[in-house]
Design a protein around this ligand. Structure first.
Ligand code: SF4
Length: 778
């Protein structure tokens, strides 16, 4: 098997090129730790002790386990954990939903880990999550403000950084507001570091300066928004509750001046003034809100505040502007999904799934965000973990999660479908081995990045006894006596053909042969252009039909301190001003890494070699603790401790440290995580309104580690007794029979390669491609 890139010229359109992860996939497929046989647990749950089983036996145990729990506790005791291991049409969670729905039901989940706050806030303010322009419109902006947005690290589609580079070439000035100097700052003219969780204080001060200098677009605010000033409050809003009154301090006596904001954000007042005046005077300006700052206890306010600034500056609905908010998808080939014949009646926020195990009787819609019912009928007693690592690794406060999972009187049965023995799969009772994308057929949408779909053609037969996700689900349906209703007589390709036809893809066979189906457009897409043109004829799907600066939906929460009716800075536990900073003085960020998709690829040597794991810490904070670059350090709080390498740098502001999320949890005998998994430290406290992830709101302390144990030992083999370790950094050569297949292409001698430095994002896909071509170890 060989992986090559699509080298067709792309002209002015976005390039579709493999990233470093995609280029490394051969090493993932042939990884020596691939799960190739069904496994049944033999030791304590979580011990990693399993025996090999036949497919028939393993499926029988799973089918019995589902019936047993459902019959005794009811359908709301069955939970399908969140997982992004397979995002195609035949993905595991869609198959599991259909399977459980056909046998009586399950408890649903909402407010996903990624975008809970921005989903809710975008809908409450703009009536939709589809707030983004097409990326080619960025070239029409004169100013781009990347707020908590590192497009070279967390892109949705490989073309995103390309469009940023195009905008730079077209003359846009770029400002990055972020606690870290990310790789994206290479495209920026200015970096403004800000304390995590204080974004709304800066937003309020910018708003103050816009008003003070008459730089706000009063005509747009009057015509298209409610709640900016007292004259445009929605019906029922009390006097003095407008955003303008809040910013000018008419109610609390505190004008939100740059001096006021400086004490909260750590940004100099004059710098705030300069930013506000440049922003107000430069048109059009695009404020691009990343999703990092909304994964915070006050994350909803950050999203609302960004939208309000774009409304105040009149940049909503114009080419080169933006509406901020979630950001997409502007245009998309919308793919039909595997149908769920009986969607869940009750649903829980993902971030509170452990609560639904331990205290479901206390949970209410008001306090905990459960939907569909006033009370859950049963606690979670069975978990389907299909292509996901959020059961342990990707969920907050790992030590707490593990205590829940180890208690078999709580969760009685767990089955996993996966390609590796991840820290989550390890807690399953039965593990079923799944094929990779290269070993089965599937179809994938173009995410937010474009109006296209990809056909993931099967390249090789599944290794060992691995099966495609659909084959697993269909066989399980057979064991449960519902195969005809489940499959409708279709195999993998039969479902893909039916779903593509339903999606309006005109020629399935041509799509399959080409590998891509795309729609072309002659002009960039500008979100809310019709609304701006005529807000009465094209109202938003908000209660007022306008941009809700004063949110009537927020008002219904009746929680003005944590969910204010206009966006504002809200102090939160473990925030920048929490007195707990006396014990834990450093704010912890857990950013998405460039070279992993969450925890996926965390065990691929080529990817590990180009990743920067460990703790990023400022020179000032490191020197205060006697820490040098490369030292082993212990990072801890009341929830746990990790030992990692320190990267001492000027690229993060003092008072803030960062550990990339997704590293595999690897506790030692004392429970100290020596893998460096950030969720050993993150808080399970959900955000105030959306009940979303708060992985960027947390406090820690750091000290130099004196133990001789290395911070990043070799990856655990993780199969067998779970204790064996080995370094498997060498990929079996392409020519090795049975693993890599035969090389079909002659490798010619190459002296170098050319690249356009203006577009280089330091992704290092070229390095992995070279290693792949020449069979080089990491
Ligand atoms: S040249 Fe730059 S952008 Fe291109 S693959 Fe290499 S690191 Fe990535």
């Amino acid at each position: 098997m060989r992986i090559t890139s699509d080298a067709r010229p792309h002209g002015d359109r976005r390039p579709l090129r493999a990233c470093a992860r995609g280029r490394s996939y051969r090493q993932r497929v042939y990884h020596p730790d691939r799960l190739l046989h069904p496994l049944v647990r033999t030791g304590e749950r979580g011990s990693g002790q399993f025996r090999q089983a036949s497919w028939d036996e393993a499926l029988e145990i799973v089918a019995r386990g589902i019936s047993n729990v459902r019959d005794r506790h009811g359908p709301q005791s069955l939970y399908i954990a969140s997982g992004a291991g397979n995002m195609g049409l035949l993905r595991g969670d869609a198959l599991a939903r259909r399977l459980l729905a056909l046998t009586g039901g399950y408890v649903g989940r909402h407010a996903g880990y990624s975008v809970a706050c921005t989903t809710l806030a975008s809908q409450a303010t703009l009536g939709t999550t589809e707030t983004g322009h097409s990326y080619d419109d960025w070239a029409n902006a004169r100013l781009i403000i990347l707020w908590s947005s590192s497009l070279t690290d967390t892109f949705t589609g490989t073309g995103m950084p390309y469009y940023l580079a195009r905008a730079k070439q077209a003359g846009a000035r770029v400002i990055s507001i972020d606690p870290q100097y990310t790789d994206t700052c290479a495209f920026a003219d200015e970096w403004i570091p800000i304390r995590p969780g204080t974004d709304n204080a800066l937003m309020d001060a910018i708003a103050f300066e816009l008003i003070a200098n008459n730089l706000h677009d009063q005509a747009f605010l009057d015509r298209c928004c409610v709640g900016f000033d007292e004259a445009h409050l929605p019906a029922g809003a009390p006097p003095g509750s407008s955003y303008r009154s809040h910013v000018l301090g008419l109610g609390d006596g505190q004008p939100k001046t740059p001096e006021w904001a400086a004490a909260i954000t750590g940004i100099e007042p004059d710098r705030i003034r300069r930013l506000a005046r440049e922003y107000g005077a430069t048109k059009p300006a695009a404020l691009i809100q990343g999703w990092g700052a909304q994964r915070a206890t006050n994350g909803e306010q950050y999203v609302r505040g960004g939208i309000v600034l774009q409304a105040m500056t009149g940049n909503i609905g114009v080419s080169g502007g933006s509406a901020a908010g979630l950001g997409g998808p502007a245009r998309q080939v919308r793919l039909a999904q595997i149908p769920d014949p009986m969607p869940a009646k009750a649903s829980i926020p993902v971030y509170l799934w452990t609560d639904a195990v331990t205290r479901r009787a206390e949970m209410t819609p008001e306090a905990d965000g459960i939907l569909g019912v006033q009370r859950l009928e049963a606690p979670i007693r069975l978990i389907v973990n299909w292509g996901g690592n959020s059961l342990v690794n990707q969920h907050a406060d790992i030590n707490r999660t593990i205590r829940v999972l180890r208690d078999q009187s709580l969760v009685e049965f767990i089955f996993a479908v996966d390609q590796f023995m991840t820290p989550s799969t390890r807690y399953a009772d039965v593990v079923l081995p799944a094929a990779t994308w290269f070993e089965r057929d599937d179809v994938m949408s173009g995410s937010f990045a474009g109006d296209y779909a990809l056909f993931l053609n099967k390249a090789i037969e599944p290794l060992g006894e691995a099966w495609s996700d659909y084959r697993i689900a269909r066989a399980l349906a057979g064991k449960m006596g519902i195969e005809p209703e489940f499959s409708l007589g279709r195999d993998d390709l039969g479902w893909l053909r039916a779903l593509c036809e339903e999606s309006g893809i005109p020629d399935f066979d041509a799509f399959r042969a080409a590998g891509i189906y795309e729609r072309s457009h002659s002009e960039p897409y500008v979100a809310f252009a019709d609304f701006r043109e005529d807000p009465e004829a094209h109202p938003l799907k908000t209660p007022s039909g306008k941009v809700e600066i004063y949110s009537t939906i927020a008002a219904k929460q009746d929680d003005p301190e944590r969910v204010p009716t206009v966006p504002k800075h809200v102090s939160v536990p473990e925030g920048a001003d929490d007195p707990l900073r006396e014990r834990f003085p450093l704010q912890l960020l857990t950013p998405h890494p460039k070279h992993r998709t969450h925890s996926i690829y965390g065990n691929v040597p080529w990817v590990r070699a180009i990743s920067r794991e460990g703790l990023t810490i400022s020179r000032q904070d490191a020197e205060a603790r006697g820490i040098a670059d490369g030292d082993s350090v212990r990072v801890w709080n009341d929830r746990g401790a990790v030992v990692v390498r320190a990267h001492v740098t000027e690229r993060i502001m003092p008072g803030v440290v960062a550990i990339p999320q997704g590293v595999w949890y690897r506790p030692d005998a004392d429970g100290v995580d020596r893998g460096g998994c950030a969720n050993t430290l993150t808080s399970p406290r959900a955000s105030a309104w959306a009940k979303g992830s708060t992985s960027h709101t947390g406090l820690v302390e750091v000290e130099r580690e004196v133990s001789l144990t290395p911070a990043s030992p070799p990856i655990s083999r993780a199969v067998g007794d779970g204790t064996e370790e080995r370094d498997h950094s060498v990929l079996p050569p392409l020519s090795q029979s049975g693993r890599g297949g035969e090389r079909t292409e002659k490798c010619t001698f190459q002296l170098g390669f050319g690249y356009d430095q203006r577009f280089c994002t330091a992704c290092r896909a070229c390095q992995v491609a070279c290693q792949d071509l020449h069979d080089l170890p990491a």
